[in-house]
Design a protein. Structure first.
Length: 227
């Protein structure tokens, strides 16, 4: 029995080491154009999402609820955003007009930095060892930018309206990434952020097989002891 417990303990330690060894920053995917509601990702399970509309209202897009910011563009507490300024944008080519009215409202508010500064997005209340998907949008009517999202594989979004989806494995309660236009010294903006938990949960049949295997090991130990 002690040997079996030792095997499971060693496996748990190895799994912990493997999780810690993974990149601790977000690996961003390719920049993609903002078009409509269906591009709001729904993989895994809902964790949190926030919009920066100064109306302080929540909007649901493609089944995803984007919570209202607490005011001042700071996020909703679980997703916190810091920059140099905040408000609804109407310059450049105007407001975003793709998709539903809810999607347009979600993308109307911005948090921004300028002059090569870097804003910070902090994701809180994570579960260590879980895998997460994060999606971020940048739209400012083509008037400024572009905006670079920092991470293990950074991505640059044009201000005409693009988004990117990244992934990471949590190694603690929080994860951060930055947004900046340090290359050009222009305004960099972020409109909304969504986070989903994509951790793979074993199916009931898998748990049954694991328990069955453990039961066989224990039975084998008892038989050997009797002999």
């Amino acid at each position: 029995m002690k040997k079996i417990i030792g095997i499971f303990a060693a496996a748990a330690v190895m799994a912990s080491i493997a999780a810690t060894a993974q990149a601790q920053t977000i690996a961003w995917g390719l920049a993609q154009p903002m078009v409509g509601d269906s591009e709001v990702a729904t993989n895994g399970t809902y964790f949190d999402a926030v919009n920066l509309n100064s109306s302080l209202a929540s909007y649901t897009v493609n089944g995803e609820q984007f919570n209202a910011t607490l005011g001042g563009g700071v996020g909703d507490g679980t997703i916190s955003i810091t920059g140099f300024g905040y408000g609804n944008y109407t310059g450049g080519t105007g407001v975003f007009t793709g998709g539903s009215t809810a999607y347009q409202n979600t993308m109307a508010g911005i948090d921004f930095v300028w002059g090569g500064g870097t804003g910070t997005v902090t994701l809180s209340s994570l579960t260590s060892g879980h895998t997460y998907q994060v999606q971020a949008w940048s739209y400012i009517g083509g008037a400024d930018g572009p905006t670079t999202l920092t991470g293990s594989t950074p991505v640059t979004l044009t201000s005409a309206g693009q988004f990117s989806i990244g992934a990471f494995t949590a190694t603690g309660l929080t994860e951060t990434f930055g947004y900046t236009d340090i290359a050009n010294g222009n305004h960099a903006v972020i409109n909304a952020v969504s986070v989903r938990d994509t951790t793979v949960v074993p199916e009931p049949s898998t748990w049954a097989m694991m328990l069955g295997g453990l039961g066989m090991l224990l039975a084998g130990q008892r038989i050997r002891r009797r002999k």
